[in-house]
Design a protein around this ligand. Structure first.
Ligand SMILES: Cc1ncc(COP(=O)(O)O)c(C=O)c1O
Length: 381
């Protein structure tokens, strides 16, 4: 368990949707309480009122850097994971030093990558979308084959938000580095859960989202290795070393820094055990009628994406009462649409439509898991 604890929700519901958002770490909440009354100065001003805000901002930057194993001047604060992804893609695409216009990505990226790349395509860029296997993994060999003389960026997520599959990032990074191509990974779902040391991963850019790792919403960061060719994706004054214009928030960066300070993937062992116990119970109860989506070996420790065969995940979830989780299917006028991630994994319709994503966190208990299993048994049997 994380040493410092977390804010408890004032609600009797069972929260199994930590990939959507996490509660605040107590250390982050305490830090933010302390910052609300003070630190109202603009960190960029040159007078007494900016001193505390500037110090909070830079202390938070060094905590994020410490968490990632990089230098403070390689951390750029953004409004979250979405903006960090946009910054990596557009900041690379529009950089004048790049002569090429080709970007390589995977078929299971988050919308923040997918739609940013759709925009790049509309601007005349070329995008190669690599397929994944049935467990949601990209083949590094396919990345190597997709490289062209005009390739300027490879962007492959670290862990998938729906099924939790972890990609062979270090292997892909070696391929990118050998070709001198910038490599970005979206680590919004892996940070804090598995190792995201940027040198061990070998990435040039990495996106973080504060609210997926027990920090506040509305804050994130892009790690940019020194020497990476990246321009600003928005324009304004020279904040964040000229790469991300907009006055920084001492309140949000301070909370995010505190969350990074207590984040440690080794604290996820208990969550992993609970997730595995959950799957054991479900498999014992449903046998051939349940299927686990994703890659059991290469998976973040908190995510369990299961399909109830020939059922509709959204209907089952609705019948579970106060259980917060997510589905991999959406219903429109009696038709069920599977998520693009499950489609990319070539999941058959009768399995994919019954998908439910349970994403556990540090506060979940065995009792909660048992309640959910019992309710599913009542619904299905
Ligand atoms: C993999 C991934 N990337 C990016 C994001 C977007 O992050 P944010 O909500 O901070 O904009 C999310 C959020 O769901 C995500 O799961």
């Amino acid at each position: 368990m994380m040493q410092s604890g977390h804010i408890q929700a004032n609600h009797p519901g069972i929260y199994l949707d930590h990939n959507a958002s996490t509660p605040l770490a107590l250390k982050a909440a305490h830090m933010m309480h302390g910052l609300i009354d003070n630190n109202y100065g603009n960190p960029s001003s040159g007078h007494w009122a900016s001193v505390g805000a500037k110090a909070t901002l830079e202390s938070a930057r060094s905590k994020v850097a410490n968490f990632l194993g990089c230098n403070s001047d390689e951390v750029y604060f953004t409004s979250g994971g979405t903006e960090a992804n946009n910054m990596a893609i557009k900041g690379t695409y529009y950089h004048p030093a790049h002569k090429g216009n080709h970007i390589i990505t995977s078929a299971i990226e988050h919308d923040a990558i997918r739609t940013a790349l759709r925009f790049v395509k509309q601007q005349g860029g070329q995008v190669s979308i690599l397929p994944v296997d049935k467990t949601g993994r990209v083949d590094p060999g396919a990345v190597a084959k997709a490289i062209r003389p005009e390739t300027i960026l490879i962007t492959i997520m670290h862990a998938n938000n729906e099924v939790g599959t972890v990609q062979p990032i270090a292997e892909i990074a070696n391929i990118a580095r050998a070709q001198g191509i910038a490599f970005h990974t979206d680590a919004a779902q892996s940070a804090g859960k598995i190792n995201t040391n940027v040198d061990e991963l070998g990435v040039d850019m990495l996106s973080l989202a504060g609210h997926k790792m027990y920090g506040p919403k509305g804050i994130g960061a892009l790690y940019v290795r020194r020497g990476t060719k990246l321009g600003p994706h928005n324009h304004g004054a020279g904040h964040e070393n000229g790469l991300r214009a907009g006055t920084e928030s001492a309140l949000l960066t301070g909370g995010f820094g505190a969350a990074c300070d207590v984040a440690d993937y080794r604290h996820y062992n208990q969550v992993r055990d609970l997730r595995d116990q959950f799957w054991t119970y479900l498999k014992a109860a449903f046998g051939e009628q349940i299927y686990r989506n994703g890659n059991a070996e290469h998976c973040v420790p908190n995510t369990l994406n299961v399909s109830f065969v020939n059922r509709v995940g959204a209907d089952l979830l609705a019948a579970l009462g106060n259980v917060a989780a997510a589905t991999g299917s959406a219903c429109h006028a009696g038709c069920v649409d599977m998520s693009p991630v499950l489609i990319a994994m070539r999941t058959p319709m009768h399995i994919g439509m019954g998908a439910i994503r349970f994403s556990l966190g540090h506060q979940n208990t065995l009792e909660e898991v048992q309640i959910v299993v019992d309710r599913l048994v009542q619904q299905i049997k």
